[in-house]
Design a protein around this ligand. Structure first.
Ligand SMILES: [Cu+2]
Length: 249
């Protein structure tokens, strides 16, 4: 675990693209839908339309939680998203299929949504105002961090879309937060991805209140945190971004 941490840090220091994960697929109702393949999609002409927002040619981490990259991933504000979305029923599940994830990148898995102001998310950056709300988070269970559970579950994480939110176009912001270097300020590593969804059915709830950038600070107790001082349960780890939005079903 320590070894992989050192290798990862070394790779970053010499400027290589470290072997982090990205999300080349999602799955809804048993159907696999192409996400963003960092190793192929940036090199394909014309650039393919994907439901996962593209990143620049990099699967590395974001170190500054106040940068505009924090909204949806590295360079996401520069790449035009495509007019495409995956349809999911409210109350349904989106499986996020990472290509890989290293063990020992200890941390929570955090999931937020933001309703796009039009019926199409492709012109919406989500980087101003407070459109985001937390829908689900996994921190620590059965003696392991959620990141390790994800890595041991075929690099797959299932997000349940709330059943009582209003139908429409949404961004789903799914995030691995790696804390293996987070005992120093600036050492936490953020790996967000945004998935463009069309939610059908649902109810009338229109939650909001969080901002990316804005909500996270480098000094938040869930971001500046020493994972090696006992496990998360013993340290009462509090993830950034607060609790899941109240009233979601
Ligand atoms: Cu890493």
């Amino acid at each position: 675990m320590r070894l992989s941490t050192l290798l990862c840090s070394a790779a970053v220091l010499v400027g290589e693209v470290a072997a982090h994960g990205y999300v080349p697929w999602i799955r809804i109702n048993g159907q696999t839908i192409a996400g963003w393949d960092v190793n192929k999609d940036p090199y394909t002409t014309p650039q393919p339309l994907r439901v996962v927002r593209g990143t620049k040619q990099d699967s590395g981490f974001i170190a500054d939680p106040t940068s505009t990259d924090i909204t949806c991933s590295i360079g996401n504000q520069a790449l035009p998203p495509g007019p495409i979305s995956a349809t999911v029923a409210a109350g349904g599940t989106v499986d996020v299929l990472w290509n890989t994830w290293p063990l020992g990148h200890y941390g929570p898995v955090l999931n937020y949504m933001a309703k796009c102001p039009t019926s199409d998310c492709s012109t919406y950056k989500g980087d101003s105002g407070s459109p985001w709300f937390k829908i689900q988070q996994s921190v620590y269970a059965n003696g392991e961090w959620a990141s390790d559970t994800l890595a041991k579950s075929n690099f797959t994480y299932s997000v349940k879309i709330p059943s009582n939110i209003a139908p429409g176009a949404y961004l789903l912001r799914h995030e691995n937060l790696a804390l293996h270097g987070a005992s120093n300020q600036g050492g936490a590593q953020f790996y967000p991805v945004c998935i463009q969804l069309t939610v059908t059915g649902g109810g009338s709830l229109n939650p909001s209140g969080l901002s990316f950038p804005g909500t996270y600070k480098a000094t938040d107790p869930g971001i500046l945190f020493n994972v090696y001082q006992g496990d998360a349960a013993n340290q009462a780890y509090v993830p950034p971004g607060g609790s899941v939005y109240p009233g979601l079903t």
